[in-house]
Design a binder for this molecule. Structure first.
Ligand code: PRT
Ligand code: ZN
Length: 295
């Protein structure tokens, strides 16, 4: 019998690619990407990587050319909404990278400032499916001008009054004299899979991989915090530690008023939290990264 290998569709090159490769490497998968190659075999796990354009990833998964894929939620939604038949690929996990927003935008200080102003206008976009759904559910009648790229130029060349495009830092909009006035989708990279049952062998690889991905995501958000704290402030300090369970408290040699306090925080620790800890009398505060986690 031939070996069963889990097939993962990934973006070959672009804004998703490096973070997708990095995530799989952090999960312990060993592989190298050759330029021009469409397939990379993972050396230490029965996994094959199919390297394609991001737009092709949802249909690869839906049509059984790949078992799972990593793609922007924006691309998945667009494929789903513009597909004429039922599209069999759904989000299994949110991966936290390649975050962006699909926004409506128009020339700064122009006639279009709110969604209501869109009535009767032309809106340029590469996302006719997602935009069409937004317009329909908000009862806005406007004409979609479908483009393949360079959407931000549409108002200045006179082919649209507004645009619907992805925004990350906002620099592209600003450079073209445009301002966003509505977000219609918040997107990030997602792991997708179809409803089809995997063979038992592939299911086992899938379970192993997704458990590791979960661990990698949790460990990047999770930090270990250590400090010396006044014994009588332990409750107040514990209350402001983000996402921490009961902390470990240990006595400090030769000091009855202070204790050593350590805790795992599952949410981001901001500078403001450290400043509040200091105000409560905490000293020698250390925040350490966690490399791997398994619940
Ligand atoms: O070749 P292939 O088809 O695979 O790639 P692509 O060129 O279609 O996509 P790519 O690599 O540019 O983007 C892949 C995915 O990254 C997108 O589908 C999104 O999920 C995500 N992503 C995150 C972004 C951005 N941020 C982003 N800023 N995709 C595109 N942009 C573009 C946007 O369209 C606009 O032109 O960047 C510009 C705006 O950026 P700011 O920072 O100026 O706001
Ligand atoms: Zn693309």
């Amino acid at each position: 019998m031939t070996e069963q290998r889990l097939r993962i569709a990934l973006q070959k090159k672009g804004r998703l690619a490096d973070d997708s490769y990095a995530l799989l490497k952090k999960c312990g998968l060993r592989f190298s990407i050759r330029s021009g190659g469409l397939l990379a075999r993972v050396k230490n796990m029965p996994v094959d990587l199919l390297l394609v354009r991001d737009d092709d990833i949802p249909s690869f998964v839906a049509n059984d050319a790949a078992d799972i894929g990593i793609v922007g939620e924006n691309v998945l939604m667009e494929e789903k909404l513009s597909s004429k038949t039922k599209f069999d690929a759904d989000i299994m996990m949110r991966l936290g990278f390649s975050r962006c927003k699909l926004c409506l935008a128009a020339p700064q200080n122009g006639a279009v400032q709110t969604p209501a102003d869109l009535k009767g206008t032309r809106i340029a976009t590469t996302y006719p499916g997602v935009m069409g759904q937004y317009l329909a559910s908000n009862n806005i009648e406007a004409k979609a001008v479908e483009m393949k790229g360079a959407v931000e130029l549409a108002p200045s060349i006179g082919i649209a009054e507004a645009i619907c495009d992805l925004v990350s830092s906002g620099a592209t909009l600003e450079a073209n004299g445009l301002a966003a006035f509505e977000t219609i989708l918040e997107s990030e990279a997602v792991l997708i899979k179809s409803d089809r049952a995997l063979s038992p062998e592939k299911q086992e690889i899938y379970d192993r991989l997704t458990r590791r991905i979960d661990g990698v995501i949790k460990s990047t958000e999770t930090k270990y915090i250590m400090m010396n704290a006044p014994r009588d402030q332990v409750d107040a300090i514990t209350a402001i530690l983000p996402g921490a369970d009961a902390p470990t408290i240990m006595p400090l040699a030769g000091n009855d008023d202070l204790v050593a306090l350590q805790a795992v925080c599952t949410e981001n620790i901001f500078w403001e939290t450290l400043e509040s800890l200091k105000t409560l009398g905490a000293r020698a505060i250390l925040v350490l990264p966690i490399e791997k986690m398994m619940a």
